[in-house]
Design a binder for this molecule. Structure first.
Ligand SMILES: Nc1ncnc2c1ncn2[C@@H]1O[C@H](COP(=O)(O)OS(=O)(=O)O)[C@@H](OP(=O)(O)O)[C@H]1O
Length: 262
């Protein structure tokens, strides 16, 4: 009686928030199965046109009592996605993992930079992209900046889903102390608490927590997770932090979850 089930929860973002770590860690729970790949069903028009049965066909086999989770961080920032997910399941649970917005922007930049370097291409410095040369203000057209304005994106989602259907995960704490964050998600998903300290061990070489499923099987995330960020001009960091501040306040207010971001 193994079946392919549509997800009952989706990690909709945020890109570089720790979406992979969150999915893999939730998969430690015996009642959670994960779609291994990012499916990009709701953000990619071509995939969306293939229909819901195509989407279901991408899901892993599971027992009826288990819940399927997928993660595609592009969902959070893509215009059409909230309506499309609503049409599939208006009571679906939505997980958003966030990090301090400036750190997230630099992480996003670092990923793109690495892609350019792999192709032997040069790329602008972060400072050049993040600050408008004419006005010396934050460049709100730069995607890595826009993605970090969490409240703007969330407000689009709230046209379809009530705030209770979202759970915000602290991506910075998932790095340093994952268990409490995972326990909050278990509760949000109405799952019994099953993930324990045994399942998570700090790997000093890796500099991150890794996963222990059982006595024989353990794993760390891929090397592409946890890149070294370039150093950013402190005045640019401050400018960005000041820029994000009011948006962060709004985000805390809407979600009821406060972070001590600058
Ligand atoms: N346990 C563990 N191991 C490795 N990495 C971890 C872990 N927990 C969280 N993270 C952080 O996850 C960041 C990548 O986020 P995402 O998986 O959302 O990136 S992506 O959008 O899917 O590309 C990645 O960001 P960077 O450090 O900036 O590379 C990690 O810091």
């Amino acid at each position: 009686n193994l079946v392919q089930q549509l997800p009952r929860a989706i990690i909709i973002g945020v890109r570089k928030g720790g979406t992979r770590a969150l999915l893999e860690m939730l998969n430690l729970h015996p009642a959670v199965v994960k779609a291994s790949q990012e499916i990009h069903f709701f953000d990619n028009d071509q995939n969306y046109a293939r229909g819901i049965d195509w989407y279901r066909g991408k899901m892993p086999f599971s027992f009826p009592h288990q819940i399927t989770i997928e993660k595609s961080p592009a969902y959070f920032i893509t215009e059409e996605v909230p309506e499309r997910i609503f049409k599939m399941n208006s009571s679906i649970k939505l997980l958003i993992i966030v990090r301090e917005p400036t750190t997230r922007a630099v992480s996003d930049y670092t990923q793109v930079l690495e892609g350019k370097e792999r192709k032997n291409k040069t790329y602008h410095k972060f400072e050049k992209l993040a600050i408008d040369a004419n006005t010396c203000e934050v460049n709100t057209k730069y995607k890595a900046v826009r993605t970090s304005i969490y409240t703007k994106h969330l407000e689009r989602w709230l046209k379809y889903f009530p705030v209770e259907q979202f759970h915000i995960v602290d991506g910075d704490r998932l790095i340093t102390d994952p268990l409490p964050e995972l326990q909050l998600v278990e509760r949000f998903l109405n799952l019994p608490s099953r993930i324990s300290q045994y399942n998570l061990y700090f790997n000093a070489t890796r500099g991150f927590y890794c996963l222990r499923f059982n006595i024989v099987f353990n794993k760390c995330l891929a090397g592409s997770k946890g890149r070294i960020h370039p150093e950013v001009d402190p005045s640019v960091v401050t400018k960005l932090q000041k820029f994000f501040h009011p948006f962060n306040q709004k985000f805390y207010q809407i979600t009821g979850r406060t972070f001590n971001w600058p």
